[in-house]
Design a protein. Sequence first.
Length: 104
Amino acid sequence: MSDHYNNHNGFHCNDEQLQNVLINLIDSVAREENALAHLIKAEADKVQAFVGKHCDFPTHPSNNEIIKLNRSVTQLLESIVMKEWLLLKKLEDTLEFVKKPNKC
């Protein structure tokens, strides 16, 4: 029979429920990391197409177009860094929760 925990609100959970919640939290972090990796890859492909395989700027962009692309890439990367920080906090909080003796 699984152990039951009782939190300060009177909520009861068992080891299996707790394990499922923790697995779902960690899985959600992994899925979000995968999605961010796809965004980064797509952005890298966009930059590669813009710059060209030999860094020869095949579309002959103007300075303003280069600056516009640079700003776009910077904004996306800043957003990804913020999301990474949130995912790190989510993972740290999950791991901290696992260390607590009375988990629920």
